[in-house]
Design a protein around this ligand. Structure first.
Ligand SMILES: Nc1ncnc2c1ncn2[C@@H]1O[C@H](COP(=O)(O)OP(=O)(O)OP(=O)(O)O)[C@@H](O)[C@H]1O
Length: 257
């Protein structure tokens, strides 16, 4: 049974259908990509999964239970954590304090009585930002701040980790290290769902990819099959361009996606 099931979800904003009967799953132990052109509905799906957006129809199930009506905090307590496209760290706190706050809140009363500084430093080490532990969060580079947000999620020891464009701001070397970290986090039994525009990262780290276009899931498959899927090519390139790309040969199309 998949850890996360999104079942026939529809979200409308006035006349705009942001998510259109979307169904997809994410399994524990795997990295799942959610990709699609700008405005395809990826972040709205994340908002529905985490409870920030009420769907007009459809269900979300987590670990076999219907959570469609659960509040954001209750979903978090069940084992979900997410990052946002826009950085959301507490700017005036240090990097270490940001992670400690997440850890202590997650541990509740126990966290207030016995703050877990050793675990916090271990998490900073794990995501590769220990050198920034004492820096203010609003003074660190964007890529480092994204890793800080990942560390804050991990402080809640989530079963499901939802990452919204986690590699933006990372350089090539940091992105490679980040891909390896994601694979290790999944190998621990977590389900990771990632919205990401860096196709090299998506193709190298994801076990399965769901492609959204105008709110609809147009393909769900392994990376190789997604790359070769003509509907996916069309969604990214546009109809006229795909004909042109086909004329130029398959290799050209593969380079685009
Ligand atoms: N709160 C809102 N009110 C009105 N329209 C919205 C709202 N949130 C999203 N939309 C619209 O819903 C559609 C899907 O948006 P969404 O942000 O989910 O797409 P996305 O795939 O995450 O895009 P991007 O890759 O650019 O972040 C877009 O047309 C967007 O303009």
């Amino acid at each position: 049974m998949p850890l996360l099931e999104v079942d026939d979800v529809v979200v409308q904003f006035g006349g705009v259908t942001a998510v259109d009967h979307a169904s997809f799953v994410a399994e524990a132990g795997r990295v799942t990509g959610l990709i699609g052109p700008n405005g395809a509905g990826k972040t709205t799906c994340f908002n529905v999964i985490t409870g920030l957006q009420k769907p007009n129809r459809g269900r979300v199930r987590f670990d076999g239970r219907d959570i469609t009506r659960l509040s954001v905090p209750r979903r978090s307590r069940r084992g979900m954590a997410r990052t946002f496209q826009r950085l959301e760290a507490f700017g005036s706190l240090s990097v270490r304090e940001n992670v400690r706050v997440a850890r202590d809140i997650h541990r509740g009363i126990a966290g207030l009585v016995r703050p877990a500084s050793a675990d916090v430093d271990g998490l900073l080490e794990r995501v590769g930002i220990a050198a920034y532990a004492d820096e203010r969060a609003d003074s660190i580079p964007t890529g480092t701040a994204r890793l800080l947000e990942l560390a804050r999620c991990l402080a809640c020891d989530p079963q499901l980790l939802l990452l919204d464009e986690p590699s933006s701001g990372l350089d090539e070397q940091e992105t490679d290290a980040f891909g390896l970290l994601l694979a290790r986090l999944a190998a621990e039994g977590r389900a990771i769902v990632m919205v990401e525009h860096d196709m090299d990262l998506v193709m190298s780290v994801c076990d399965e990819i769901h492609v959204l276009d105008f709110g609809r899931v147009i393909a769900s498959d392994a990376p190789g099959a997604i790359r070769a899927n003509p509907d996916v090519q069309r969604a990214y390139l546009g109809y006229s361009d795909v004909d042109e790309a086909e004329a130029l040969g398959e290799q050209t199309m593969e380079m685009v996606l």
